[in-house]
Design a protein around this ligand. Structure first.
Ligand code: SAM
Length: 190
């Protein structure tokens, strides 16, 4: 098959946008898979800022990074991603090269702790402000659960209204699947 699945395509887009030594954000650290990918991507002189509201996710991400000896490139915060702007040091404002929001709930954990439209959109707005020109933000939207479907609709309405002079937004989705397949909104800052 020549069409990338969702996860590989997410990574391709981030690999294209982010250069070694740059600063990136994992807005939903979860089990740390995306954080680990980003830590490798930015290299030894880069920095990853990771956020999650669950201490369990921060602990899991920390041990994954330690296992791969990459913890020194990553700063983890047991905070909502709606605090991105106040948490990032001013020197990184306008310099962030990439961000990923893997939305929904932590697989195998408490499914009532899910990302919510109000805080997700606040964080996306903040990310747009702190990104550099050409920076890439990826939202992976899981809409097979009820909260996910609500979040999808809010995010689509929000993204359709982003000023085209500020950023371009791509939707990437397989549309002939039997169950709602996750899809990507990729926001590239101009
Ligand atoms: N990226 C993760 C990985 O690679 O394993 C998967 C993330 S999981 C689908 C979604 C995560 O978002 C959960 O761990 C959940 O605790 C977290 N979350 C929910 N609301 C949040 C918020 N306001 N800010 C940051 N994280 C949040």
């Amino acid at each position: 098959m020549n069409l990338d699945r969702i996860l590989p395509y997410t990574r391709t887009l981030l690999e294209r946008a982010v250069k070694p030594g740059e600063v990136v954000i994992d807005a939903t650290a979860g089990n740390g898979n995306d954080t680990l990918f980003l830590a490798r991507l930015v290299g030894e002189h880069g920095r990853v800022y990771g956020f999650d509201v669950q201490q369990e996710a921060i602990t899991e991400t920390t041990s994954k990074l330690e296992e791969h000896e990459l913890k020194n490139r990553v700063l983890l915060f047991n905070q909502g991603h709606e605090t991105i702007e106040e948490t990032l040091p001013p020197v990184h404002h306008g310099a962030v090269a990439g961000a990923i929001f893997n939305l929904g709930y932590l697989p195998g954990s408490d499914e009532t702790i899910v990302t919510r439209p109000r805080t997700t959109i606040a964080a996306v707005e903040q990310c747009l402000r702190v990104m550099r020109s050409g920076g890439m933000m990826i939202l992976v939207i899981y809409h097979g659960h009820p909260e996910g479907a609500v979040e999808r609709d809010y995010l689509l309405r929000y993204c359709e209204k982003i000023d085209g002079l500020e950023a371009q937004v791509l939707r990437y989705q397989f549309i002939n699947t039997q169950t709602p397949s996750p899809f990507i909104l990729a926001i590239e800052k101009k």
